[in-house]
Structures are given as C-alpha cells and as structure tokens.
Design a protein around this ligand. Structure first.
Ligand code: NAD
Ligand code: DAU
Length: 353
C-alpha cells in the first residue's frame, strides 16, 4: 500500500518523495502544481515503478475520493500548502483556501476512507499533517518553542497554518482519525523555490544582484537541512502516537545576516566576482517585512527522547551541499526565473482585496 504525499512537487515534498522511494516505499504524489510545484525536481524518479504523480487540488473532494479508492494508501503526508510568508502579506486568499479549506477537505476525505477500512489496514492508517514553528509566533532573545507553546501566529501564512493544525487536532479528538502533527523550523537544501532566503541569496549573488536583507538582519531562524526533516517525518509516521504533536528543529540558530555573510564568503571562494571584490559588498538593508517575527528556536527533546530522532547534518556541510546544488543545477533555476518570478521583492503590502 502506497503513502499518499500531497504537495510532493514542492521543496520539502520533492525531497520527501525521493527519500521515501529510496527507502523502498511506494508513493502517490498529489500536487496542484502552483507556481511552487515543479516536476523538474522529481525528474530522477519520474518513471520509478513505485511512483505515481497525480495533478490535482486538495480542495477537490471528488478527486480525493477517487484517489483514496483507487490507490488505497496506508498513510497520508500532507505537505500541500501555500508556504511563503511574503506572498501571504500581499495576497492572503490562496493561503486561506489551500491551507485551511484544503486541509479540511483532505481530513474529511481521509476520514471517510478510514471509516471504510477494517482490520490491520485500519489499525495502521495514519495522516501526518506537516506544519510549521511559525504558528507559535515570535520569541524574544531567550527560550524555545515546544509542543506546549500557545499558538500566536502573526502572518496570514502562519494564521492559516494554525487554523489547519486546529482542524487536524479536532478530526482526531472528535472523529478518531489517527492524525499526527509536526511543527518544524526553517528548512534549506536542494529544490527550494528562490523566493526563500537561502536560494534567493545564492542565485542573486551569482547574478551579481543586490542581496536584500530585511530590517537590521538580526532576525533569527533555527535552520534544518531538508533531509533531516524528511527523516523526522518518516520517524513520526512509523513510530509516533496518533493525536500527538512533535516539534522538529535543527538546533542551529542563525541571524539572517550570518546566513547571508556565510553564502557570500562561500561564493567568494567558489565563484569569485570578476572585479575581485567580496559578495558581501552586495548586501543591502531594505525595508522590514510587516509583522516580521524576530526569533524562532525549537526545543526538539520530545521527538528525540520518545522517537530517537535528532538532526544529523551540521550547518556547514548542509550549506556546502546546498550551494553546490544550486551551482550545478543552473537550468532548474533558469527555468523558474524565466517564468513569473524573477527575484523581485514581495511582501511589502496588501494587494487590493
Ligand atoms: P512549497 O511552497 O515549496 O511547496 C508546496 C507544494 O504544494 C507545491 O508543490 C504546490 O504546487 C503544492 N500545492 C499548493 N496548493 C495546493 C493545493 N491546493 N492542492 C495540491 N497541492 C498544492 O512548500 P514547502 O516549503 O515544501 O513546504 C511544504 C510544507 O511544509 C508546507 O505545509 C509548509 O507549511 C511546511 N513547512 C515548511 C517549512 C520550510 O522551511 N519550507 C518549514 C516547516 C514546515
Ligand atoms: O519557520 C518555518 C517557516 O520557514 C516555514 O513555515 C515557511 O514555509 C518558510 O517559508 C520559512 O518562513 P520564513 O519567513 O522564516 O522564511 P523566508 O525564507 O521567507 O525568510 C527567512 C528570513 O529571512 C526571514 O526573517 C525574512 C528574511 N529575508 C527573506 C528574504 C526572502 C530577508 O532578509 N531577505 C529576503 O530577501
């Protein structure tokens, strides 16, 4: 029985699909292919005998019914989402539709399917809802988010993810659907859409463009290499307890300025500028993101103590691999940057509703 992955053509989803196939699972990938979905990220597994791709929207109840009926998945991993905070500031509508309404449709379709199962298939079925640490809001200089931190989302993106998390919880408590939820910190790695900080800076530097740092550059994120997140999802799916929530983080806090300087210094060595100057000269402090959360940091002791997971990648190695991937996959980036997104600034204000 396959695992149904929604949003499998996105950044984390495509890494996860490859991760699961490499470990012997069968995967059905249901993805709408929004601007962020990219089948080029899955080219290496396109014809894999244990892989199926279905283009579709998680809000499409009839499609979901037929996918469950035809493929009889043993589990669902829900990664389909609108994921970019800046876009949610300009145009929140799609975030409400996919992240809240879409999660509702998926939970309901999974529940109908689950209720029709019997025996071992019913006992083993799980739905893992993949969420974010941003639902907890913003930390001051000290402390960590954990599974018991009260929700306090600040952006339309994080508010929509918080709504989805509450629905996932309710479908477990009220209807008995075996739902698990993970709340993870900032991922980085291959195949991330270049609107996000790390690929944005790598590709902008390589194009000799300015490197726009929001505000004073002191905002802090807890970075995790995407493969560590995929392993955490697999561990939670196989060993987590239904109804439980697991916070996942990289134990790797960096300010945005530290990240951008790290990329500049790495590229100074790997791809020196023609004028011999450092990429650091391209750093430009720009107007801050509205509602910009200051600091995220995760206490991941629950998943470590209960399920034996901890991050394996250190930041230097993960970044080396990520920078190398973007340099070696120019075509992947070019195809995106020739489309509707060309590294321009997003998230400065609301489009007319
Ligand atoms: P992404 O934007 O790269 O990919 C999202 C994918 O979902 C795309 O392939 C898109 O086509 C698909 N999608 C969007 N709307 C859909 C719909 N209505 N129906 C079906 N498919 C749809 O996102 P990502 O960074 O890979 O994040 C994946 C999940 O992980 C999201 O739920 C996000 O909230 C969560 N998350 C991300 C991070 C991170 O750092 N990127 C951290 C923690 C949690
Ligand atoms: O914490 C998990 C979240 O991490 C996920 O839920 C989101 O899906 C994911 O997009 C990410 O959200 P962030 O807002 O933290 O990521 P982003 O890459 O957009 O920005 C990271 C930090 O860098 C943030 O403080 C804003 C800043 N930034 C970002 C860009 C794109 C800049 O300073 N300049 C930029 O050009």
């Amino acid at each position: 029985m396959p695992i149904l992955v929604t949003g499998g053509a996105g950044f984390i989803g495509s890494n996860l699909v490859r991760f699961l196939l490499e470990r012997g699972h069968a995967v059905v990938n249901l993805d709408k292919l929004t601007y962020a979905g990219n089948l080029a990220s899955l080219e290496s597994v396109r014809a894999h005998p244990r892989y199926r791709f279905i283009r579709g929207d998680i809000r499409d109840a009839a499609l979901l019914r037929s996918v469950f009926a035809e493929h009889a998945p043993r589990a669902v991993l829900n990664l389909a989402a609108e994921s970019h905070v800046d876009r949610s500031i300009d145009a929140p509508g799609d975030f409400i539709q996919t992240n809240i309404v879409g999660t509702f449709c998926l939970l309901d379709a999974a529940l109908a399917y689950y209720e029709g199962l019997a025996g071992e298939a019913k006992r083993a079925f799980r739905l893992l809802h993949v969420s974010t640490d941003e639902v907890y809001g913003s930390l001051g200089p000290g402390g960590f988010f954990s599974e018991t931190t009260p929700y306090a989302p600040n952006s339309p993106y994080s508010a929509s993810k918080a709504g989805a998390d509450h629905l996932a919880r309710a479908w477990h408590r009220t209807y008995g659907l075996p739902v698990l939820t993970t709340n993870c910190s900032n991922n980085y790695g291959p195949c991330q859409f270049p609107e996000k900080l790390i690929p944005h800076m790598i590709l902008s530097a390589l194009q000799n463009r300015p490197l726009p740092v929001y505000g004073d550059g002191g905002n802090t994120r807890d970075w995790i290499y995407v493969e560590d997140h995929c392993r955490a999802l697999s561990v939670v799916l196989e060993r987590g307890a239904p109804g439980e929530v697991y916070a996942v983080g990289g134990a790797c806090e960096k300010t945005n300025l530290e990240i951008v300087r790290f990329i500049c210094d790495a590229l100074d060595g790997l791809s020196p500028r023609e004028d011999g100057r450092s990429y650091r000269e391209r750093i430009a402090f720009v107007r801050d993101r509205p509602g910009h959360d200051r600091r995220y940091a995760i206490d991941a002791s629950k998943i470590k103590n209960e399920l034996g997971w901890e991050p394996a990648w250190n930041f230097e190695e993960g970044m080396k691999k990520t920078i190398a991937w973007y340099r070696e996959n120019e075509r992947w980036a070019e195809d995106i940057l020739n489309g509707s997104y060309r590294l321009e600034r997003r998230g400065t204000g609301r489009e007319t509703p």
